[in-house]
Ligand binder design. Sequence first.
Ligand SMILES: *[C@@H]1O[C@H](CO)[C@@H](O)[C@H](O)[C@H]1NC(C)=O
Ligand SMILES: *[C@@H]1O[C@H](CO)[C@@H](O)[C@H](O)[C@H]1NC(C)=O
Ligand SMILES: *[C@@H]1O[C@H](CO)[C@@H](O)[C@H](O)[C@H]1NC(C)=O
Ligand SMILES: *[C@@H]1O[C@H](CO)[C@@H](O)[C@H](O)[C@H]1NC(C)=O
Ligand SMILES: *[C@@H]1O[C@H](CO)[C@@H](O)[C@H](O)[C@H]1NC(C)=O
Ligand SMILES: *[C@@H]1O[C@H](CO)[C@@H](O)[C@H](O)[C@H]1NC(C)=O
Length: 316
Amino acid sequence: MLLLGLLALAHTASAIKNLVVFGDSYSDIGNVGIFTDNANWVQDLAYGWNVGLYDYAYGGATCDNSIEQYVQVPSMSEQVSNYVEHGQGKNMNPSESVYALFVGINDANIFNASRTQAVADCVSQQMQSLQQAYGAHTFLVLNLPPMQDSPGALAATPDIKQAKANWVVTYNQMLNQSVNSLDNSIELFLFNTWDLFNTVLANASAYGFTNTTGYWSQNPCTNSTYCPENPGGIMGANDYMWFDGTHVTSGMHKLIANNIIEAQPFGIQGKTVQNQYIVNRTAHAIPEINSQSTRISIHAITPVLMSVLVVIATAL
Ligand SMILES: *[C@@H]1O[C@H](CO)[C@@H](O)[C@H](O)[C@H]1NC(C)=O
Ligand SMILES: *[C@@H]1O[C@H](CO)[C@@H](O)[C@H](O)[C@H]1NC(C)=O
Ligand SMILES: *[C@@H]1O[C@H](CO)[C@@H](O)[C@H](O)[C@H]1NC(C)=O
Ligand SMILES: *[C@@H]1O[C@H](CO)[C@@H](O)[C@H](O)[C@H]1NC(C)=O
Ligand SMILES: *[C@@H]1O[C@H](CO)[C@@H](O)[C@H](O)[C@H]1NC(C)=O
Ligand SMILES: *[C@@H]1O[C@H](CO)[C@@H](O)[C@H](O)[C@H]1NC(C)=O
């Protein structure tokens, strides 16, 4: 009960009231599912900033299905055009709203070097669409983490691992150039996810992780009190950096959010998230896919339903 009290600590007031999110499984909070053991970075960030969360991300999304499609879900460009067509931003003051765009995990899974520039430019195009439709001008963009170090890539052939590494490095450079070449009425915070992950990988124990090569949901559940509904093991998810072959645990998501909060972009005086809490959500892992020929439909996978209200697991 004391911890529940701590969760409700007051936040410093800010002009920003809304966080609007477009992206893939790293940011999805239920359109397809939540791809981690607990809260993801989007939920932590909205909590730490004390703002309303409007999340249009879909697990499996690429930036634009007309550039390349991974599974049959709305790509980021469809998420943005649906948002604009339905007028969902019209009652939102752009000066009180941060628009977050984080995509490319699935484009990196396809790693077609002929399309890297198009994917990077696609992100800038979404920012321009939001600006033209609603006067959106405050953007949080995340570059890609080193996906070649994900357990899924570690299990792949050296060629695939290298191709994925090359794709991500080039994408991050092109993304940086593309979003920074937009006109200067845009306020941009480009968060360096790549750097954060490498810092953690180089010094995992300093961040509480004991395992950065395997993944949590590899562990069979042997304690039905601790993990009745989830595929994870009895070892706390916080010991692992990775949740499955592609996605990170809530511990790593919290680091992403807290590093953004600490940078105080747009003058937002947030509070870093200290506690781990379990949110009521649907969670499931998707298998790693390394080539277009083995694409699967996300809808074919049975989600594991977790119906846990707010439960404090650990106080950090
Ligand atoms: C890579 O992308 C290019 C340009 O879209 C396309 O022509 C080519 O077929 C793609 N390669 C593979 C292996 O899909
Ligand atoms: C973007 O490019 C600038 C200039 O080259 C560099 O200083 C900055 O660190 C880059 N940011 C990211 C997130 O890569
Ligand atoms: C690892 O983290 C510890 C504790 O924060 C710090 O003192 C040390 O310099 C870090 N080492 C590296 C290689 O980053
Ligand atoms: C990491 O976790 C995986 C999956 O549980 C396990 O197979 C592997 O041995 C662990 N590695 C280390 C270094 O603990
Ligand atoms: C199962 O996990 C719970 C929560 O960590 C713990 O209290 C309990 O002792 C565990 N039971 C067994 C049989 O390990
Ligand atoms: C958790 O969410 C599910 C799906 O939205 C809902 O059916 C269920 O009632 C929720 N459980 C609680 C305890 O709120």
